[in-house]
Ligand binder design. Structure first.
Ligand SMILES: Cc1ncc(COP(=O)(O)O)c(C=O)c1O
Length: 379
């Protein structure tokens, strides 16, 4: 299978890196970092960008800069990467896990509404795999109940809800540029916002308590150094230039693959609502109904990887199933959908959707054949 490698770079990354290496400033104070912050924030329809070393620190920065801490509750989806929940725990607040919707894989707004208590301060919604969580209902819920909406947009670079981009709905949007993401510098992260006051606080928090325009040795709050380097910003500027074209390629290939597999019984892909007019296609998520498909998710996963197609058998448990949260320090709403997805869901990484058309058709043939073949037992 000719599945492209990821990450990739072109001469553009090398050109920008060379320019940066020739400067005397390789760290976060190079103008290229501020340029990247402006360009990425603008791309996501936001006025401000605050970059950081990764997308875990950006979540922690957002919560801290919003004054969320001990005694507060933050509603998070039961399905996400661990940082969504640990960011809440690390600022001393309580993560409250709620269920996801079965076909969007995103936080169920009804479950979120039911989980609100007098202690709830914020909703931290994840745009899982790329499509935005229900921004109509979650923004309404947040404003009706006086809650802060934060978007964990680590998967959603370039994704849109009714023409408006991820990271521009909540008080803050948090993006990751870790190695597997659709834009990467190996590591990296950024917060986006349209709130100038929050931007100033987040910047201060990730820059040793400094205030913009004031002295280098003047520190106003207890903070730390979370800065992105100039070398990362150089790579990310080049990656941002190619992102729209890469999203179009993945969209085209996803449509083709779905069409090729539409008749396969018991195999169904993520169904973003119609308001999602663009999405990054970070992950192509699918669910397997073993009785109709003829194989379990694990049998499918083993057979498809044996055919050279990268595939991940979802998370082994909802977030609250990690030993960290089994020991306490959270509240868990019943999550029957999340519990089902960990048994029947898989994902293809976005590089699968960057293959040529012939390979996409070969992938479809492989998937159809798995639905019929006998799979050798796992070793
Ligand atoms: C949903 C989600 N949030 C946050 C993060 C954390 O980002 P980082 O790895 O850049 O710290 C990730 C993953 O990497 C993620 O998938």
């Amino acid at each position: 299978m000719r599945i492209p490698a990821w990450p990739v770079h072109t001469e553009r990354e090398i050109e920008l890196l060379r320019e940066t290496l020739a400067s005397p400033q390789w760290g976060g104070f190079n103008e290229i970092v501020a340029q990247f912050e402006r360009e990425f924030a603008g791309f996501q329809h936001c006025a401000h960008g605050i970059s950081a070393a990764n997308g875990t620190l950006t979540l922690e920065t957002a919560l801290s800069a919003l004054g969320i801490g001990p005694g507060d509750e933050v509603i998070v989806p039961a399905i996400s990467f661990i940082s969504t929940a640990t960011a809440v725990s690390r600022v001393g607040a309580l993560p409250v896990f709620v269920d996801i919707e079965p076909w969007t894989f995103n936080m169920d707004p009804e479950r979120a509404a039911a989980a609100v208590t007098p202690r709830t301060k914020a909703i931290l919604a994840v745009h899982f795999g790329g499509p935005l969580a229900d921004m109509d209902r979650l923004t309404r819920l947040a404003s009706e109940r006086g809650l802060i909406l934060i978007e964990d947009a680590a998967h959603a670079h370039g994704s849109e809800w009714n023409g408006r981009r991820a990271g521009s709905f909540g008080r803050a949007g948090s993006f990751s540029f870790q190695n597997s993401k659709v834009m990467t510098a190996g590591e990296g992260g950024i917060l986006t916002t349209n709130d100038a006051e929050f931007a100033e606080r987040a910047h201060c928090f990730s820059n040793q308590g400094r205030r913009k325009g004031e002295g280098f040795f003047h520190h106003y709050t207890l903070a730390s150094n979370y800065r992105l380097t100039a070398l990362q910003a150089a790579v990310l500027l080049a990656q941002l230039e190619r992102l729209p074209e890469q999203i179009r390629l993945r969209e085209r290939n996803e449509r083709l693959l779905r069409a090729e597999l539409a008749e396969v019984p018991g195999l169904r892909f993520q169904q973003p609502p119609k308001q999602v007019n663009v999405h990054s296609h970070y992950l192509l998520l699918g669910r397997i109904d073993r009785t109709r498909f003829g194989k379990t998710r694990d049998e499918f996963h083993r057979a498809i990887t044996a055919r050279g197609i990268p595939c991940t058998p979802f998370y082994p448990h909802p977030l609250y199933g990690n030993p960290l949260y089994q020991a306490g320090g959270c509240r868990v709403d019943p999550c029957p959908v999340a519990e089902e997805t960990i048994l029947d869901t898989f994902w293809f990484p976005h590089r699968v959707l960057m293959a040529d058309e012939e390979t996409i058709r070969e992938i479809a043939v492989a998937v159809r054949s798995v639905a019929r073949v006998t799979v050798p037992p796992a070793r």
